[in-house]
Design a protein around this ligand. Structure first.
Ligand code: TRP
Length: 323
């Protein structure tokens, strides 16, 4: 990664924290959860018995990778490009890259993630595939996608992966805008594979975002540790607890950090006051019905080519064609 993007990400972090803690209610952007420790804690979340999204999605990918790969291998002369937005450990894209190799094809992979550790791990995971070249971009989705799309070879199909219900971390207007930006980087013949979590019982949702081992709480509270370290803040970890609530009206699980008492925190020379019980909203995870997903894609200029659902976990993998 260039020093330029690293410095820009650091400057954005400071400016975003300052702006978002001045909002009512206070907020912090969820992309900042993923420093090195945050990425490791998220990996642990994906292994928790109560967080079933990752395993359900991997099963769907294993079952349907050949059908996905078929869409981008119709012209035998091309080298397909797969771009993953938010690659995490790379355990998902490797399933598709292996299917591409199994179809006797070479491929190019671009990985986009805000977390350096996630990129390094994904590059290692994919490194064992001999016919796949890998480029990592440590950046936001928007900037990384633009960079990756610029490097497409004329005529080579592109498959964009947006998995892990990462789409659900955007509210509806932002998700629509983001899907349109993805569509804008694609041409007819390209595809988008979207993994999105479905509405299920409140109990199952709450346990997935507030687990009995406290790993999700540690993941959320680590954001305060990061702000203390990188921005010289004075958050007292004992003064904040993790809260996860299901907001049925908006069909989302909300994650918050709740102040346990009235307190003032200093961040690099400025002071932020918290009332007892006041919350910082750190993330939303929207949950969908299968038809919502089709409509969201259609509004952004995609047509649904296939939709596979794990009925046990209630998770959907949707293959969209750039119409
Ligand atoms: N995209 C994941 C999701 O919405 C991210 C996630 C899982 C997450 N567990 C979390 C984010 C807990 C914050 C806290 O499911």
């Amino acid at each position: 990664m260039s020093t330029q993007s690293s410095e820009r990400l650091a400057a954005d972090f400071a400016a975003d924290v300052r702006r978002d803690l001045a909002l009512v209610p206070k907020q912090l952007q969820s992309k900042y959860l993923y420093d090195a420790l945050g990425s490791s804690l998220f990996e642990a979340i994906c292994r928790l018995p109560w967080y079933r999204i990752t395993r359900a999605e991997q099963r769907l990918l294993e079952a349907h990778a050949p059908a996905v790969v078929e869409r981008i291998t119709r012209d035998p002369e091309t080298v397909p490009l797969i771009v993953e937005l938010g690659c995490g450990s790379g355990e998902k894209i490797v399933i598709l890259a292996e299917a591409l190799q199994a179809a006797g094809r070479h491929g190019r992979v671009h990985l986009i993630d805000i977390s350096r550790q996630a990129l390094e791990q994904s590059e290692r995971t994919l490194g064992r595939l001999r016919h796949i070249s890998v480029v990592g971009h440590r950046d936001t989705y928007e900037v990384g996608l633009r960079r990756a799309a610029q490097q497409r070879e004329a005529g080579s199909p592109v498959l964009v992966l947006l998995l892990g219900s990462n789409i659900g971390n955007f509210d509806a207007p932002a998700a629509g805008e983001f899907l349109r930006a993805i569509r804008g980087a694609l041409v007819p013949g390209d595809a988008l594979l979207l993994g999105a979590d479905l509405v299920k019982t409140e109990d199952a949702l709450r346990l997935a975002y507030d687990d009995p081992l406290g790993v999700t709480a540690a993941f959320n509270r680590n954001l305060l540790v990061r702000i203390n370290r990188e921005l010289g803040a004075t958050f007292d970890l004992d003064g904040f607890r993790h809260v996860a609530v299901w907001n049925a009206e908006h069909s989302r699980v909300e994650m918050h950090l709740e102040s346990l008492r009235a307190q003032t925190v200093r961040i690099d020379g400025w002071a932020v006051a918290f009332a007892e019980g006041e919350r910082i909203w750190t993330e939303s995870s929207y949950k969908y019905e299968p038809a919502d997903i089709d409509q969201m894609g259609a509004r952004a200029g995609f047509s649904t080519a296939a939709q596979w659902i794990d009925e046990d976990v209630r998770f959907a993998l949707t293959l969209f064609a750039a119409a």
